[in-house]
Design a protein around this ligand. Structure first.
Ligand SMILES: [Fe+2]
Length: 492
């Protein structure tokens, strides 16, 4: 019944200890003994005692006070007081301190057995309750950690999406517009916009922005008063500012604020704005990503401009030798852009034409004057040298790594649609579209221009010739579009 119950008997009378010990051991208890309070404390420190049978009168410590010591460290340990006489006041004191029951000496073993069984049951219930409370506390902690983890996952996911969206912005897209689009997608705000400061009017002027759900932004949305903090020195602020239900965050480029992202919080039912604290973290991230994109673009444009300047210098060198090339390249560029517009090529391809058009004959710099400037018809050998200008042009261009695509356009600007051109005999759509466009415009300009050894052809004759050559020399779709723009009155 009491199997395995660790019981400590504390009594200064060895006879009492002996009797109790025999009885409890007989009933399955693991019995420990102490003849005074000190010994009892030692045993309790070493053993995980389930029940203490505690004599009220001990030689060194009052039994009532010992209850405190037991209960402080081991609240689940049951204490049964043993006393030679019944005193109600003493009973009340002991019960207040946590004693479970009383036994009168001499012991009635039946009663002792019942008391032991009851206090053990109560103790087990108490431990079970403590375990449940502990489990509940653990559960609360786990739920708290889970909530924190979920929040962190949402933050990381959002950061990942923001990075991906910025990485996907291409060179032709407006970074400010994309930035505001990303703000709108990321944050649950009523409106957001990118503003530039008008310090003379003490106002911020909307550059781009939008209002969620197509709501009315209000008349004053496009021009917003400069917050007082910005009035003295609008270029000064580097940190965000929260005013009413709005957040102002400067967009800093190379250490200087060039404008502000402004978000307006939603009002949650009444007039209380929803919290913006979490939004500021993401706003900062978005502003940093946009700043990096803008700085990279500035760097790229500066590099690109330097390269074009170098290429233009080379073209000037060619033009000094061959005046025809000068006007020819400009006309081919303009005509190719008009033709590209008619063919609805992408903005990227138009930009490629803007770069390649003026320098498509760049390789002629490597052609000797006796061939380049020869007024008579070229011999086969001379023509072979002349043809090498497309490859030489590619070779020069490909030294600038960022112009790899443009270099290929130059290489193929003398390919033919039927595959009989040079240098690679590419055919059909294998020839880059920009090369096919330039080929048509290049041929048109060559035919229409007066040369020292012949007069330029009439327009109708050229169009007839080009129509004849569609599908062989030229892409038929491009020739069709070319005829249209010439008939529509394109001024070459
Ligand atoms: Fe050429």
């Amino acid at each position: 019944m009491l199997s395995g119950t660790k019981t400590l008997i504390v009594d200064d009378n060895p006879d009492v200890i002996a009797v109790l010990s025999d009885f409890l051991a007989f009933n399955g208890c693991e019995v420990h003994k102490a003849v005074c309070g000190r010994e009892a404390i030692d045993v309790l420190a070493k053993r995980d005692i389930d029940v203490v049978i505690l004599d009220v009168q001990l030689p060194d410590i009052n039994g009532i006070n010992l209850i405190d010591t037991i209960k402080v460290d081991r609240p689940a340990t049951a204490v049964v007081m043993a006393t030679g006489y019944y005193d109600p006041n003493f009973v009340i004191d002991a019960m207040k301190k946590g004693a479970s029951d009383f036994l009168l000496k001499p012991f009635e073993f039946d009663k002792l057995l019942l008391v032991m069984m009851r206090v053990i049951r109560e103790r087990n219930l108490l431990i079970e309750k403590e375990n449940m409370m502990q489990n509940l506390e653990d559960k609360r902690k786990i739920e708290h950690l889970n909530r924190a983890l979920q929040k962190k996952i949402r933050e990381l996911t959002t950061m990942y999406h923001i990075s991906n969206k910025f990485n996907a912005i291409n060179i032709f897209e407006d970074v400010y517009e994309k930035m505001i689009h990303i703000v709108g997608e990321t944050l649950d705000v009523r409106s957001c916009g990118y503003y530039v400061a008008d310090p003379e009017a003490d106002e911020l002027v909307l550059y781009t922005g939008h209002v969620k759900d197509g709501g009315d932004p209000g008349a004053d949305w496009k021009r917003v008063g400069l917050p007082d903090e910005f009035k003295k020195d609008y270029r000064g602020p580097r940190k965000h500012l929260v005013r009413d239900n709005k957040v102002y965050l400067p967009l800093v480029i190379q250490g200087e604020p060039i404008g502000f992202i402004m978000t307006e919080a939603k009002l949650n039912g009444g007039n209380t704005p929803t919290t913006l604290d979490n939004d500021i973290f993401f706003l900062r991230l978005i502003a940093e990503k946009a700043s990096t994109q803008i700085e990279n673009r500035m760097l790229y444009e500066s590099l690109f401009e330097n390269i074009l300047h170098t290429l233009r210098s080379l073209i000037i060198a060619i033009n000094r030798r061959d005046f025809y090339t000068d006007g020819h390249c400009k006309r081919v560029t303009n005509l190719s852009l008009a033709l590209g517009e008619r063919l609805r090529i992408s903005e990227y391809e138009k930009d490629v034409i803007r770069v390649v058009g003026p320098v498509h004959d760049l390789g002629k710099i490597g052609i000797p004057d006796r061939i380049l400037l020869k007024p008579e018809k070229l011999t086969d050998d001379e023509y072979a040298v002349m043809k090498s200008h497309s490859e030489y042009g590619e070779e020069i261009m490909s030294r600038f790594e960022i112009l790899a695509k443009e270099a290929k356009i130059i290489r193929h600007h003398h390919e033919r649609y039927d595959g009989r051109g040079y240098p690679d005999r590419l055919a059909g759509d294998d020839i880059p579209v920009c090369s096919r466009i330039i080929a048509v415009c290049d041929a048109y300009d060559a035919m229409v221009t007066d040369r020292p050894y012949r007069k330029g052809m009439e327009e109708d004759a050229i169009l007839t010739e080009m129509t004849r050559c569609r599908g062989s020399q030229f892409d038929p779709v491009i020739v069709e579009a070319f005829n249209e723009i010439i008939r529509d009155g394109y001024d070459c």
